[in-house]
Design a protein around this ligand. Sequence first.
Ligand SMILES: [Zn+2]
Length: 385
Amino acid sequence: MFHTATWKDVKEGLVTDIYFERTKKILEAKGVDLHVRAEFVAHVLRSNWSWAVFAGVEECAEVLEDLPVDVRMMREGTIFGTKQPVMELSGKYLDFGQYETALLGLICQASGIATMAARCKKAAGKKEVISFGTRRMHPTIAPLIERNAYIGGCDGVSAGLGAKLIEREPVGTMPHALILIMGDTVKATRAFDEVIEPTVRRVSLIDTFNDEKIEAVNVAGELGERLYAVRLDTPRSRRGDFLEIMREVRWELDLRGYKEVKLFLSGGIDERDIERYNELADAYGIGTTISNAPVVDFSMDIIEVDGRAVAKRGKMSGRKRVFRCKECFKTRVCPLTEMPGRCSCGGTEEELLVPFFSKGHLEQSLPKPSQIREFVSQQLSKVEL
Ligand SMILES: [Zn+2]
Protein backbone atom coordinates (compact mmCIF):
# COMPACT_ATOMS: atom_id res chain seq x y z
CA MET A 1 0.00 0.00 0.00
CA PHE A 2 1.20 3.50 -0.83
CA HIS A 3 0.93 6.11 1.88
CA THR A 4 -1.54 8.15 -0.13
CA ALA A 5 -5.27 8.75 0.17
CA THR A 6 -7.66 7.53 -2.50
CA TRP A 7 -10.16 9.73 -4.32
CA LYS A 8 -12.87 8.07 -2.17
CA ASP A 9 -11.02 9.01 1.04
CA VAL A 10 -10.93 12.65 -0.07
CA LYS A 11 -14.58 12.68 -1.16
CA GLU A 12 -15.62 11.18 2.18
CA GLY A 13 -13.77 13.95 4.00
CA LEU A 14 -11.19 11.62 5.56
CA VAL A 15 -8.22 13.91 4.88
CA THR A 16 -9.71 16.73 6.89
CA ASP A 17 -7.96 18.52 9.74
CA ILE A 18 -9.50 17.31 12.97
CA TYR A 19 -10.53 20.80 14.08
CA PHE A 20 -12.94 21.05 11.11
CA GLU A 21 -14.46 17.68 12.06
CA ARG A 22 -14.90 18.92 15.64
CA THR A 23 -16.41 22.19 14.41
CA LYS A 24 -18.95 20.18 12.43
CA LYS A 25 -19.74 18.05 15.49
CA ILE A 26 -20.28 21.12 17.69
CA LEU A 27 -22.44 22.98 15.12
CA GLU A 28 -24.59 19.89 14.61
CA ALA A 29 -24.96 19.33 18.36
CA LYS A 30 -26.03 22.95 18.87
CA GLY A 31 -28.32 22.97 15.84
CA VAL A 32 -26.40 25.78 14.11
CA ASP A 33 -26.71 25.23 10.37
CA LEU A 34 -26.09 28.62 8.76
CA HIS A 35 -25.54 29.76 5.19
CA VAL A 36 -21.93 30.82 4.79
CA ARG A 37 -19.88 32.31 1.98
CA ALA A 38 -16.14 31.74 1.90
CA GLU A 39 -13.44 32.82 -0.52
CA PHE A 40 -10.08 31.28 -1.41
CA VAL A 41 -7.38 33.90 -1.62
CA ALA A 42 -3.59 34.20 -1.39
CA HIS A 43 -2.62 37.05 0.93
CA VAL A 44 1.07 36.65 0.11
CA LEU A 45 3.05 34.81 -2.55
CA ARG A 46 6.30 32.99 -1.90
CA SER A 47 9.72 33.57 -3.46
CA ASN A 48 8.96 37.22 -4.26
CA TRP A 49 6.54 36.16 -6.98
CA SER A 50 4.39 39.10 -8.08
CA TRP A 51 1.82 36.83 -9.76
CA ALA A 52 0.81 33.18 -9.90
CA VAL A 53 -1.15 30.84 -12.19
CA PHE A 54 -4.42 29.45 -10.84
CA ALA A 55 -4.58 25.66 -11.28
CA GLY A 56 -6.22 22.60 -9.78
CA VAL A 57 -9.72 23.54 -10.93
CA GLU A 58 -10.52 20.22 -12.57
CA GLU A 59 -9.76 18.29 -9.38
CA CYS A 60 -11.74 20.79 -7.28
CA ALA A 61 -14.67 20.07 -9.57
CA GLU A 62 -14.41 16.40 -8.58
CA VAL A 63 -14.69 17.30 -4.91
CA LEU A 64 -17.46 19.89 -5.38
CA GLU A 65 -19.61 17.77 -7.67
CA ASP A 66 -23.02 16.99 -6.17
CA LEU A 67 -22.44 19.17 -3.10
CA PRO A 68 -25.35 21.57 -2.53
CA VAL A 69 -23.15 24.65 -3.00
CA ASP A 70 -22.77 27.48 -5.50
CA VAL A 71 -19.26 28.30 -6.66
CA ARG A 72 -17.76 31.27 -8.46
CA MET A 73 -14.24 30.71 -9.72
CA MET A 74 -11.50 32.12 -11.91
CA ARG A 75 -10.85 30.19 -15.13
CA GLU A 76 -8.12 27.61 -14.73
CA GLY A 77 -4.86 29.19 -15.90
CA THR A 78 -5.80 32.73 -14.85
CA ILE A 79 -2.80 34.77 -13.72
CA PHE A 80 -3.71 36.39 -10.41
CA GLY A 81 -2.09 38.43 -7.65
CA THR A 82 -2.34 38.66 -3.89
CA LYS A 83 -5.69 39.62 -2.31
CA GLN A 84 -7.58 38.60 -5.45
CA PRO A 85 -10.08 35.84 -4.58
CA VAL A 86 -9.83 32.93 -7.01
CA MET A 87 -12.87 30.99 -5.77
CA GLU A 88 -15.99 31.64 -3.69
CA LEU A 89 -18.20 28.96 -2.12
CA SER A 90 -21.77 29.64 -0.98
CA GLY A 91 -23.88 27.16 0.93
CA LYS A 92 -24.57 25.63 4.31
CA TYR A 93 -21.25 25.48 6.17
CA LEU A 94 -22.04 21.94 7.29
CA ASP A 95 -22.18 20.91 3.63
CA PHE A 96 -18.74 22.13 2.62
CA GLY A 97 -16.65 23.06 5.69
CA GLN A 98 -15.12 19.60 5.94
CA TYR A 99 -13.58 19.97 2.45
CA GLU A 100 -11.47 23.02 3.26
CA THR A 101 -8.30 20.97 3.77
CA ALA A 102 -8.72 19.03 0.52
CA LEU A 103 -9.72 21.99 -1.65
CA LEU A 104 -6.78 24.04 -0.42
CA GLY A 105 -4.37 21.18 -1.04
CA LEU A 106 -5.67 20.76 -4.58
CA ILE A 107 -5.19 24.38 -5.62
CA CYS A 108 -2.12 25.29 -3.52
CA GLN A 109 0.18 22.66 -5.02
CA ALA A 110 -1.19 22.70 -8.57
CA SER A 111 -0.95 26.50 -8.73
CA GLY A 112 2.62 26.44 -7.40
CA ILE A 113 3.74 23.99 -10.08
CA ALA A 114 1.89 25.81 -12.88
CA THR A 115 3.38 29.11 -11.73
CA MET A 116 6.95 27.82 -11.73
CA ALA A 117 6.47 26.24 -15.14
CA ALA A 118 5.11 29.56 -16.43
CA ARG A 119 8.12 31.41 -15.02
CA CYS A 120 10.53 28.99 -16.72
CA LYS A 121 8.65 29.30 -20.01
CA LYS A 122 8.54 33.08 -19.69
CA ALA A 123 12.33 33.10 -19.27
CA ALA A 124 12.87 30.62 -22.12
CA GLY A 125 10.64 32.38 -24.65
CA LYS A 126 10.49 30.30 -27.84
CA LYS A 127 13.03 27.78 -26.52
CA GLU A 128 11.60 24.44 -25.39
CA VAL A 129 11.02 23.60 -21.73
CA ILE A 130 10.42 19.95 -20.81
CA SER A 131 9.24 18.80 -17.38
CA PHE A 132 11.72 16.24 -16.02
CA GLY A 133 10.97 16.40 -12.30
CA THR A 134 8.47 13.68 -11.44
CA ARG A 135 11.28 11.56 -9.98
CA ARG A 136 11.66 14.01 -7.12
CA MET A 137 8.10 13.54 -5.92
CA HIS A 138 5.83 10.68 -4.90
CA PRO A 139 5.08 8.62 -8.02
CA THR A 140 1.33 8.66 -7.45
CA ILE A 141 1.28 12.41 -8.07
CA ALA A 142 3.41 12.28 -11.24
CA PRO A 143 0.40 12.96 -13.51
CA LEU A 144 -0.59 15.94 -11.37
CA ILE A 145 2.90 17.41 -11.66
CA GLU A 146 3.04 16.84 -15.42
CA ARG A 147 -0.40 18.29 -16.09
CA ASN A 148 0.25 21.47 -14.15
CA ALA A 149 3.76 21.84 -15.56
CA TYR A 150 2.22 21.58 -19.03
CA ILE A 151 -0.65 24.02 -18.51
CA GLY A 152 1.81 26.48 -16.95
CA GLY A 153 3.90 26.47 -20.10
CA CYS A 154 6.09 23.37 -20.44
CA ASP A 155 6.24 22.16 -24.02
CA GLY A 156 6.43 18.51 -23.03
CA VAL A 157 6.59 16.10 -20.11
CA SER A 158 8.68 13.00 -19.52
CA ALA A 159 6.46 10.43 -17.80
CA GLY A 160 3.87 8.27 -19.55
CA LEU A 161 0.73 8.69 -17.47
CA GLY A 162 1.16 12.45 -17.18
CA ALA A 163 1.62 12.71 -20.94
CA LYS A 164 -1.58 10.71 -21.45
CA LEU A 165 -3.48 13.12 -19.20
CA ILE A 166 -2.45 16.08 -21.35
CA GLU A 167 -2.97 14.10 -24.58
CA ARG A 168 0.66 14.31 -25.69
CA GLU A 169 3.46 11.82 -26.30
CA PRO A 170 6.06 11.73 -23.50
CA VAL A 171 9.41 13.37 -24.31
CA GLY A 172 12.85 12.09 -23.31
CA THR A 173 16.49 11.92 -24.29
CA MET A 174 18.80 9.16 -23.00
CA PRO A 175 19.91 8.44 -19.43
CA HIS A 176 23.47 8.10 -18.16
CA ALA A 177 22.52 4.48 -17.38
CA LEU A 178 22.43 3.61 -21.10
CA ILE A 179 25.87 5.11 -21.72
CA LEU A 180 27.44 3.58 -18.61
CA ILE A 181 26.11 0.12 -19.42
CA MET A 182 27.04 0.32 -23.12
CA GLY A 183 30.43 1.67 -22.02
CA ASP A 184 30.76 4.44 -24.62
CA THR A 185 28.77 7.54 -25.63
CA VAL A 186 29.04 7.03 -29.40
CA LYS A 187 28.19 3.33 -29.09
CA ALA A 188 25.14 4.13 -26.95
CA THR A 189 24.00 6.87 -29.34
CA ARG A 190 24.39 4.55 -32.33
CA ALA A 191 22.39 1.85 -30.51
CA PHE A 192 19.65 4.37 -29.72
CA ASP A 193 19.53 5.37 -33.37
CA GLU A 194 19.31 1.73 -34.48
CA VAL A 195 16.67 0.56 -32.03
CA ILE A 196 14.33 3.47 -31.32
CA GLU A 197 11.66 4.38 -33.88
CA PRO A 198 12.72 7.17 -36.27
CA THR A 199 9.94 9.52 -35.14
CA VAL A 200 11.73 9.97 -31.81
CA ARG A 201 14.27 12.79 -31.80
CA ARG A 202 17.89 11.72 -31.43
CA VAL A 203 19.28 13.60 -28.43
CA SER A 204 22.68 12.37 -27.27
CA LEU A 205 23.85 12.86 -23.70
CA ILE A 206 27.45 14.08 -23.90
CA ASP A 207 28.75 14.57 -20.35
CA THR A 208 29.27 11.00 -19.13
CA PHE A 209 32.91 10.09 -19.78
CA ASN A 210 34.69 12.83 -21.68
CA ASP A 211 34.71 16.53 -22.35
CA GLU A 212 31.41 17.81 -23.76
CA LYS A 213 32.86 19.36 -26.90
CA ILE A 214 34.77 16.18 -27.84
CA GLU A 215 31.72 14.00 -27.32
CA ALA A 216 29.45 16.46 -29.15
CA VAL A 217 31.69 16.31 -32.23
CA ASN A 218 31.92 12.50 -31.95
CA VAL A 219 28.17 11.88 -31.80
CA ALA A 220 27.48 14.46 -34.53
CA GLY A 221 30.00 12.65 -36.73
CA GLU A 222 28.25 9.35 -36.02
CA LEU A 223 24.62 10.43 -36.61
CA GLY A 224 25.07 13.37 -38.97
CA GLU A 225 21.85 15.18 -39.68
CA ARG A 226 19.79 12.62 -37.74
CA LEU A 227 21.19 14.12 -34.52
CA TYR A 228 18.59 16.56 -33.21
CA ALA A 229 20.45 17.78 -30.12
CA VAL A 230 23.17 17.11 -27.62
CA ARG A 231 22.23 17.20 -23.96
CA LEU A 232 24.54 18.73 -21.36
CA ASP A 233 23.73 17.55 -17.87
CA THR A 234 27.22 18.45 -16.68
CA PRO A 235 27.71 17.74 -12.95
CA ARG A 236 27.98 20.80 -10.70
CA SER A 237 31.53 19.78 -9.67
CA ARG A 238 32.65 20.02 -13.32
CA ARG A 239 30.50 22.90 -14.43
CA GLY A 240 32.67 25.96 -13.84
CA ASP A 241 31.19 28.43 -16.30
CA PHE A 242 28.36 26.52 -17.98
CA LEU A 243 27.88 29.25 -20.55
CA GLU A 244 31.52 28.92 -21.63
CA ILE A 245 31.15 25.14 -21.99
CA MET A 246 28.10 25.67 -24.19
CA ARG A 247 29.91 28.30 -26.22
CA GLU A 248 32.76 25.84 -26.91
CA VAL A 249 30.38 23.03 -27.86
CA ARG A 250 28.46 25.36 -30.18
CA TRP A 251 31.69 26.57 -31.79
CA GLU A 252 33.07 23.10 -32.44
CA LEU A 253 29.75 21.84 -33.85
CA ASP A 254 29.31 24.89 -36.10
CA LEU A 255 32.89 24.69 -37.35
CA ARG A 256 32.20 21.17 -38.61
CA GLY A 257 28.89 22.07 -40.25
CA TYR A 258 26.54 20.84 -37.51
CA LYS A 259 24.74 24.15 -37.10
CA GLU A 260 21.34 22.46 -36.84
CA VAL A 261 22.30 20.37 -33.80
CA LYS A 262 20.63 21.94 -30.79
CA LEU A 263 21.93 22.33 -27.24
CA PHE A 264 19.66 20.79 -24.63
CA LEU A 265 20.44 21.68 -20.99
CA SER A 266 19.39 19.93 -17.81
CA GLY A 267 20.52 19.50 -14.21
CA GLY A 268 19.29 21.77 -11.42
CA ILE A 269 18.26 24.65 -13.68
CA ASP A 270 15.82 27.37 -12.60
CA GLU A 271 14.25 30.37 -14.34
CA ARG A 272 17.18 32.66 -13.51
CA ASP A 273 19.61 30.16 -15.07
CA ILE A 274 17.40 30.06 -18.16
CA GLU A 275 17.64 33.86 -18.48
CA ARG A 276 21.42 33.53 -18.36
CA TYR A 277 21.77 30.56 -20.73
CA ASN A 278 19.07 31.45 -23.24
CA GLU A 279 21.42 33.08 -25.74
CA LEU A 280 23.01 29.68 -26.45
CA ALA A 281 20.66 26.97 -25.20
CA ASP A 282 17.86 25.66 -27.42
CA ALA A 283 15.94 23.54 -24.93
CA TYR A 284 15.78 22.77 -21.23
CA GLY A 285 14.87 19.79 -19.10
CA ILE A 286 13.62 21.24 -15.80
CA GLY A 287 13.27 18.93 -12.83
CA THR A 288 13.04 19.81 -9.16
CA THR A 289 12.53 23.52 -9.82
CA ILE A 290 9.09 22.76 -11.22
CA SER A 291 8.07 19.55 -9.45
CA ASN A 292 9.06 20.94 -6.04
CA ALA A 293 7.82 24.46 -6.74
CA PRO A 294 6.78 26.51 -3.71
CA VAL A 295 3.05 26.14 -3.11
CA VAL A 296 0.69 29.10 -3.35
CA ASP A 297 -0.47 29.78 0.21
CA PHE A 298 -4.20 30.10 -0.37
CA SER A 299 -6.47 30.30 2.63
CA MET A 300 -10.22 29.84 2.84
CA ASP A 301 -11.69 32.95 4.49
CA ILE A 302 -15.29 33.21 5.63
CA ILE A 303 -16.69 36.52 4.30
CA GLU A 304 -20.40 36.23 5.05
CA VAL A 305 -22.47 34.36 7.68
CA ASP A 306 -26.27 34.16 7.43
CA GLY A 307 -26.32 37.10 4.99
CA ARG A 308 -24.13 39.39 7.12
CA ALA A 309 -20.72 40.49 5.85
CA VAL A 310 -18.10 39.34 8.36
CA ALA A 311 -14.40 38.45 8.32
CA LYS A 312 -11.58 37.87 10.77
CA ARG A 313 -9.08 40.63 11.52
CA GLY A 314 -6.81 41.39 8.60
CA LYS A 315 -9.30 40.22 5.96
CA MET A 316 -11.97 42.02 3.92
CA SER A 317 -15.58 40.94 4.54
CA GLY A 318 -18.34 40.61 1.98
CA ARG A 319 -18.61 39.25 -1.55
CA LYS A 320 -16.25 40.60 -4.15
CA ARG A 321 -15.69 40.93 -7.84
CA VAL A 322 -12.34 40.90 -9.55
CA PHE A 323 -12.15 43.09 -12.66
CA ARG A 324 -9.27 43.04 -15.09
CA CYS A 325 -8.57 45.42 -17.97
CA LYS A 326 -8.34 43.42 -21.18
CA GLU A 327 -5.76 45.86 -22.55
CA CYS A 328 -3.28 46.68 -19.79
CA PHE A 329 -4.04 43.81 -17.37
CA LYS A 330 -4.70 46.23 -14.46
CA THR A 331 -6.75 44.34 -11.89
CA ARG A 332 -9.02 45.59 -9.12
CA VAL A 333 -11.02 43.89 -6.38
CA CYS A 334 -14.30 45.58 -5.44
CA PRO A 335 -17.60 44.87 -3.67
CA LEU A 336 -20.15 42.73 -5.50
CA THR A 337 -22.37 45.77 -6.12
CA GLU A 338 -19.85 47.39 -8.50
CA MET A 339 -20.02 46.85 -12.24
CA PRO A 340 -17.19 46.51 -14.75
CA GLY A 341 -16.27 49.77 -16.44
CA ARG A 342 -13.56 51.47 -18.42
CA CYS A 343 -9.96 51.34 -17.30
CA SER A 344 -7.91 54.56 -17.15
CA CYS A 345 -6.04 53.26 -20.23
CA GLY A 346 -9.29 53.21 -22.19
CA GLY A 347 -9.59 49.40 -22.21
CA THR A 348 -12.69 47.52 -21.08
CA GLU A 349 -12.78 45.44 -17.93
CA GLU A 350 -13.82 41.81 -17.68
CA GLU A 351 -14.91 39.89 -14.61
CA LEU A 352 -12.57 37.10 -13.52
CA LEU A 353 -14.74 35.36 -10.89
CA VAL A 354 -17.45 33.64 -12.90
CA PRO A 355 -20.20 31.12 -12.00
CA PHE A 356 -18.68 27.65 -11.94
CA PHE A 357 -21.00 25.36 -9.97
CA SER A 358 -24.68 25.77 -9.26
CA LYS A 359 -26.01 23.40 -6.58
CA GLY A 360 -23.33 20.84 -7.37
CA HIS A 361 -23.63 21.04 -11.16
CA LEU A 362 -21.05 22.49 -13.53
CA GLU A 363 -22.13 25.75 -15.17
CA GLN A 364 -19.62 25.36 -17.98
CA SER A 365 -17.58 22.64 -19.65
CA LEU A 366 -13.98 22.28 -18.52
CA PRO A 367 -11.27 23.25 -21.02
CA LYS A 368 -8.65 20.82 -22.30
CA PRO A 369 -5.09 21.11 -20.93
CA SER A 370 -3.87 22.47 -24.28
CA GLN A 371 -6.51 25.25 -24.14
CA ILE A 372 -5.52 26.19 -20.59
CA ARG A 373 -1.86 26.28 -21.66
CA GLU A 374 -2.70 28.59 -24.55
CA PHE A 375 -4.63 30.87 -22.17
CA VAL A 376 -1.64 31.06 -19.80
CA SER A 377 0.68 31.77 -22.70
CA GLN A 378 -1.45 34.75 -23.85
CA GLN A 379 -1.34 36.30 -20.38
CA LEU A 380 2.40 35.72 -19.89
CA SER A 381 3.20 38.47 -22.35
CA LYS A 382 1.50 40.95 -19.98
CA VAL A 383 3.54 40.18 -16.85
CA GLU A 384 7.19 40.45 -15.80
CA LEU A 385 9.33 37.76 -14.16
ZN1 LIG B 1 -6.19 49.28 -18.81
